[in-house]
Design a protein. Structure first.
Length: 278
């Protein structure tokens, strides 16, 4: 029994690679944290790796005021939350029809959704720009919400359809015998059983939308409608911005998604491992 617990050289190698990978991921975050509370004088004298002589909060305060950060934070939360909820709902309805309902033309539709996931956003900008201008949604947060809802739901539909293709038919038959129609079966049977997968999609859609830059910077021109990544990029491009203030802006842009991830970490873990447990 003791021999089976003894680590082999391969185990130590894999552990070392994992630790090295973790350091590579965490090192930039620690560097941002270190320089966010460092004064420009400390940075110029000691460089980016030296500890600050005292905590310096002017960089954070400067970015907070210059970018009108509370407004940008609310815009990012609103857009990301709406996209995540609407994207999951659209994915749910599509996958219910394709995976469980076995709608006609199921395979060609899945191919279309798969190809939609592969399209680069740059190829979509020009037609979407003209469409938003035509319907009066340019420089509106709803234009970004609609675009990202469609983009995210394409991935969600493809994923959920593969999940619902193996959905237990016995549960649906039992619900039908109890008099449940398709709408009731969806909300009382399908959604509770697949709630963990839906939760993972919701978390991913929120984080993906939060970090988007290209489409928001194209469709959100007004300063009061822009998101946190746009505010960080705009101020980092100014010549008057020093390195410590730039680090502070990156830290403020990172904290909301980090908090969101920590809050829903258990939900994400359960959703990812649900398929393996079953």
């Amino acid at each position: 029994m003791s021999m089976s617990r003894k680590r082999r050289p391969l185990d130590w190698l894999l552990l070392g690679v994992a630790v090295l990978g973790a350091l590579v991921v965490v090192a930039p975050l620690l560097l941002i944290l270190l320089n966010s509370f460092k004064s420009p004088d400390d940075y110029n004298q000691g460089g980016p790796l030296q500890l600050p002589s005292h905590l310096y909060f002017d960089g954070l305060a400067r970015f907070w005021e210059a970018s009108d950060f509370p407004v940008k934070l609310w815009n990012s939360i609103f857009i990301s939350a709406m996209v995540s909820v609407l994207g999951v709902l659209v994915s749910l309805f599509n996958a219910y029809a394709l995976g469980i309902g076995r709608a006609r033309g199921r395979l060609p539709l899945l191919v279309v959704f798969l190809l939609a996931n592969m399209l680069p956003q740059e190829a979509l900008l020009y037609p979407l720009y003209n469409m938003s201008k035509a319907v009066g949604l340019y420089d509106s947060q709803w234009s970004v919400i609609i675009i990202f809802t469609v983009i995210q739901s394409a991935f969600g539909t493809y994923l959920l359809t593969s999940v619902y293709s193996g959905f237990p038919r016995e549960l649906l038959e039992a619900a039908a015998m109890d008099g449940a129609g398709r709408w009731r079966a969806l909300w009382q049977v399908v959604v509770p059983v697949s709630w963990q997968t839906l939760s993972v999609l919701l978390i991913f859609f929120f984080i993906w939308t939060w970090n988007e830059f290209l489409i928001p910077t194209t469709f959100l021109v007004s300063n009061d409608k822009q998101t946190v990544p746009l505010a960080v990029a705009a101020l980092q491009g100014e010549k008057l911005m020093d390195v410590t203030t730039t680090s502070a802006s990156a830290l403020l842009g990172l904290i909301p998604t980090l908090v969101f991830f920590l809050i829903f970490q258990r939900t994400l873990t359960r959703g990812v491992t649900a398929g393996a447990v079953k």
